[in-house]
Design a binder for this molecule. Structure first.
Ligand SMILES: *Cc1c(COP(=O)(O)O)cnc(C)c1O
Length: 447
């Protein structure tokens, strides 16, 4: 009964994964995909459906898990994580409550502790597995909202924000768009956040933050960042933590979607020094840890603040604070911790450090290759896995479009200091020095 469907899925997976190293990485799609038919009146056998889909999807699939996709900050699944992800789907466990899957609830707990340890965060912090860093930012800021208002005797869960002594929200000028989205979703309003100017690498300026905080009364929620998406630079977290610690009612959040992984690599750890002094942290699984989508982690120092903000209760639900869903917004959910667990077991502490360090070294190589070409200007200090550059003559967006059409690799664009730029992010375990050589050769050829 299962075999045929799973065999077809296995065949698709084998073909797709085998094609990654050499298929054009992300060529624009010509014409419509063969997916826009009518809802069928009658059914089709499962193997046929999967074969049809494999054929219909192919022209529109992008080799994002491949070794020369450098767009956004995109990891590719480690084989062990992909295998674990198949096990998640096959086991089909609902990790809302421990009683529904003692095994997967245990996996979440153990894995949460491992991640907290690996990132050098305070032991005893609580971790919720969510869909990505966007949702992790929402969860962490919801915990902050709850805690800061509870300290003012205001129960935001019951009474909402209208009339509440709302904390002042402070964010860096280069905060990720998902922080602003979280502020919108939580009723803080993105436009009410006070923006702190950044330096030339996109790092929040702690001197300006200090002056700003001196001029604000009442509770503050400060959102800092580890890993700016264009430059990879982290805010000076230790200095920021020092400034924030001088306040009575405060919460410091660190959005470290990819950048916090620097803490797992001894040679990069100094970049995020002081991160452990914050109250909450966002980190991704599906970017740099190279587990499949969807996987992000919301980490909160005070477990009570997290569960107070996230718990749900109903007479039929045997919920306890130890249940996985007491740490996240969702009720029913897949066991997305298993691929993280498998990846960490497979890599070990050394292997994670090596993954991070290797990507950084390859980013350095890319910057060196590109930077020696007279037609290219490197715009950032390449301290992590991000390279930001622009053609000295010509248009950054046209260059990226030409690179996409060529198909050797894929790079994204951004606007940096008012002008378009190209961004190249190395976040994949399978990328080799030769992939970087081929890619930088293609980019410079297309200038
Ligand atoms: C990518 C990123 C996010 C959003 O992550 P998703 O997993 O796509 O939700 C948030 N913050 C930073 C700094 C990021 O780089």
């Amino acid at each position: 009964m299962w075999e045929e469907a799973l065999d077809r899925a296995r065949r698709f997976a084998g073909d797709w994964l085998a094609s990654l190293p050499e298929r054009p990485v992300g060529r624009p799609v010509d014409g419509a995909l063969a997916l826009d038919g009518q809802l069928p009146e009658r059914g089709t056998p499962a193997p046929q459906v999967l074969d049809d889909l494999a054929a219909a999807l192919d022209p529109g699939l992008v080799a994002t898990p491949g070794p020369r996709y450098f767009g956004f900050v995109t990891g590719g699944s480690l084989p062990v994580a992909l295998g674990a992800d198949w096990m998640v789907s096959a086991a089909d466990q609902n990790v809302a409550a421990r009683v529904m899957s003692p095994a997967m609830a245990a996996v979440e707990e153990v894995t949460g502790r491992w991640v907290v340890d690996l990132l050098g965060l305070p032991a005893g912090s609580a971790l919720g597995f969510v869909t990505g860093a966007q949702m992790a930012n929402v969860v962490c800021l919801a915990a902050a909202r709850h805690a800061l208002l509870a300290a003012a005797d205001w129960d935001v869960g019951t009474d909402g924000l209208a009339g509440a002594p709302v904390p002042t929200v402070v964010v860096g000028e280069q905060a990720h768009s998902t922080i602003l989205q979280a502020l919108r979703l939580l009723g803080f309003g993105s436009g009410r956040a006070v923006r702190v100017p950044a330096d030339e690498q996109g790092r929040m300026r702690p001197d300006v933050l200090a002056d700003l905080l001196a001029s604000i009364d009442g509770p503050v929620l400060v959102c800092a960042q580890a890993g700016q998406v264009d430059t990879g630079a982290s805010d000076p977290l230790d200095a920021i933590a020092e400034v924030v610690a001088a306040r009575d009612q405060r919460w410091l959040h660190v959005d470290g979607a990819f950048g916090l992984w620097a803490a797992a690599a001894p040679q990069r750890r100094h970049l995020v020094a002081g991160a452990e002094r914050a109250d909450s942290w966002t980190v991704d699984g599906h970017k740099w840890l190279n587990v499949p989508y969807d996987c992000g982690m919301a980490i909160v120092r005070d477990p009570a603040a997290l569960t107070a903000a996230m718990s749900l209760s109903a007479a039929y639900l045997p919920m306890e604070v130890a249940d996985p869903s007491s740490r996240v917004p969702e009720s029913s959910r897949r066991a997305r911790a298993l691929p993280v667990h498998a990846a960490l077991r497979h890599l070990g502490r050394d292997g994670v450090a090596d993954l991070v360090e290797r990507c950084c070294t390859l980013a350095r190589q890319a910057a060196d290759d590109l930077g020696t070409h007279p037609g290219i200007e490197i715009l950032n200090d390449v301290v992590l896995n991000q390279v930001l550059f622009r053609p000295r003559d010509g248009d950054a967006r046209e260059l990226a479009a030409a690179v996409a059409r060529d198909g050797t690799c894929w790079v994204g664009t951004t606007v940096w200091q008012g002008r378009p730029a190209v961004r190249l992010s190395v976040s994949n375990w399978s990328t080799t020095p030769d992939d970087i050589r081929r890619s930088t050769a293609a980019i410079t050829r297309l200038l």
